[in-house]
Design a protein. Structure first.
Length: 566
């Protein structure tokens, strides 16, 4: 007798092959049989009613590294059909970290990934140092599968201490990093992540940015020993720099026989030629034998912020950035200062950085006000309000922030990916992987989930840019293949029974809402998905639209193709 049979389903098996009407059976957490018909009985039988049965989606770019230690469901991943999340991107993870470095690592993570300090401090227990101890800290509480990269910045900090922030490593230190990476990979790390762009809480380069080319090459040699992957954040806003980085990644990929993924591949009105040029260079490197995977998000981002906490939306505007990094009292004083205020207004309209050019201040929306007489402004743009009052929109924003003691909440609407026609081709390109969703990060700034449903609603149903089967492949089989997840991503006998039932006509991202569920009574912005009806993790029902989250904790630590799942 099977544990579960799902009948009368429209099966998309994750390969991109045409869907067919059939059934699937599960025993002991794995797919036991699949086909047009399955005879026999099961403890649980589900009539899919013609809905799509697919492999559980895989989210390849998340930052649940801290959240997963107190939330084994990686909320709200399951609601969006995601059964496996990949953490540790952008050179950052919570291990390996020596006890004396916890303060620094926490500050860097909170800065780059914008996790509220109160929630981070309330949730983190820090009862580990090594990578193996870190995985053990949450292994038994998982309701979702987790794969974690080892962060390059963490390897440098462990080996070099404070010097990791100051200089290149010696040959002996590089050898120590190589052995530390091997330990992480043996413990279950999926690969290595690094960054060429990130800055820490003191506006200094993260440690991995001080690595020499020889250091990165040596670490890639270790990845080659394990058949592991490397994830990189390049200068995603500059076409020339990005193409140069792709050439470097191509060389590393060929030399060590590894897959390299870079994220994000970012469409911008300021540099519309960037995406086609980058893809042309990826195709060239691929033709010469490299394995390079660009990751592209499907949706524009609506960034929400208050000025009492620094937000990366201003990181490319020096005067704004240095002002909001100060204590709140000094930020308020600067906002009132006529000289500094003049500089802020000028910089708002005359940004030179391509990413900064994407952010148009007059289009900011007043999201939430604290003073009763300002409540009528909520939901309106600065441009509209300023037009009524006969003032400048940026001056208006500063006035509101001062009046409400920096507590006014604003939204920068649709940052990046503004031209749907321009990104339809790249999203559909076989070389491009859907990713860069940033789940677990920026939780009070924007709802990081929605890529999965938006892929179907926007690019399948509305634009007709790809078939249903291709979209499922983009979120399952393609990612499993690229990242070496050998037993997931497809519906095949013997593979893990990570399953998803969804309605292809309604699956979508829901509205953004504020939910107070962070440790320390903090809130975050989330999207409740539409059309996702049942999600199974390793054969057990983990989430349903009717019943919400189940009590089962069948998630696993997942490692790469040459390593067994833990």
């Amino acid at each position: 007798m099977y544990d579960l049979i799902i009948r009368n389903a429209r099966i998309c098996d994750g390969s991109g092959s045409p869907a067919y009407r059939g059934a699937l059976a599960v025993s002991e957490g794995r797919i036991a049989a699949i086909g047009t018909r399955i005879d026999g009985d099961a403890r649980t039988v589900v009539d899919a009613g013609g809905r799509v049965l697919a492999p559980g989606f895989i989210d390849s770019h998340t930052h649940f590294d801290a959240q997963i230690t107190w939330d084994g469901l990686a909320t709200p991943s399951l609601e969006h059909g995601v059964t496996t999340v990949i953490n540790g991107n952008c050179s950052l993870t919570m291990a390996p970290v020596r006890a004396e470095h916890r303060g620094f690592v926490g500050a860097v993570f909170r800065q780059i990934e914008e996790m509220p300090a109160a929630a981070f401090d309330a949730g983190m227990r820090w009862n580990w140092e090594t990578f193996e101890e870190y995985l053990a800290a949450f292994r038994d509480q998982l309701g979702i599968n987790v794969a974690t990269l080892a962060g390059h910045s963490m390897l440098r900090l462990w080996v070099m201490g404070e010097a990791a922030r100051e200089r290149a490593a010696s040959s002996g230190e590089v050898a120590q990093m190589q052995e530390l990476l091997r330990e992480c990979l043996r413990a279950g790390a999926l690969g290595l992540s690094t960054s060429w762009v990130d800055i820490d809480h003191e506006h200094r380069p993260v440690p991995c940015r001080l690595a020499s080319p020889e250091e990165l090459d040596a670490l890639c040699a270790v990845l080659g020993e394990f058949g592991a992957i490397m994830q990189v954040v390049p200068e995603f806003w500059d076409p020339d720099l990005l193409c140069a980085r792709i050439d470097i990644l191509g060389d590393l990929s060929r030399r060590h026989g590894i897959t390299v993924s870079f994220s994000p591949l970012f469409d911008s009105n300021a540099t519309p030629e960037l995406v086609p040029r980058a893809l042309e260079r990826v195709r060239l490197q691929t033709a010469y034998g490299a394995r390079i995977v660009p990751q592209m998000q499907t949706r524009p981002i609506d960034v929400t912020f208050e000025f009492d906490v620094p937000t990366s939306v201003f990181s490319t505007r020096p005067t704004w950035w240095m002002t909001i990094l100060k204590p709140a009292a000094q930020t308020l004083a600067d906002f009132r200062d006529p000289v500094i205020r003049k500089q802020l207004v000028e910089e708002a309209y005359n940004a030179m950085h391509p990413i900064a050019m994407e952010v148009h201040f007059p289009d900011f929306v007043v999201r939430r006000c604290h003073l009763p007489h300002n409540k009528a402004l909520e939901g309106r743009t600065l441009k509209d309000i300023a037009g009524e009052r006969g003032c400048d929109p940026v001056e208006l924003m500063l006035d509101l922030a001062v009046e409400e003691n920096l507590k006014t909440c604003f939204s920068a609407m649709a940052v990046g990916h503004n031209n749907l026609e321009r990104i339809t081709g790249p999203i559909s390109d076989p070389l491009v992987q859907v990713g860069s969703g940033d789940g677990g990060a920026h939780v009070t700034r924007f709802a990081t989930y929605g890529d999965t449903g938006y892929l179907f609603s926007c690019f399948v149903r509305e634009a007709g840019a790809m078939s249903l089967e291709q979209a499922v492949y983009k979120l399952t089989g393609q990612i499993a293949h690229n990242w070496g997840l050998a037993d997931r991503g497809f519906l095949r006998p013997g593979l893990a029974a990570d399953l998803l039932l969804f309605d292809p006509d309604t699956i979508d991202r829901g509205p953004e809402i504020a939910v107070a569920d962070l440790p320390g009574d903090g809130y975050r912005y989330v999207r409740r998905a539409r059309g996702v009806e049942q999600v199974y993790v390793n054969g057990q029902l983990a989430y349903s639209a009717e019943g919400g989250y189940a009590e089962c904790r069948e998630g696993r630590i997942v490692s790469g193709a040459r390593q067994s799942a833990a």
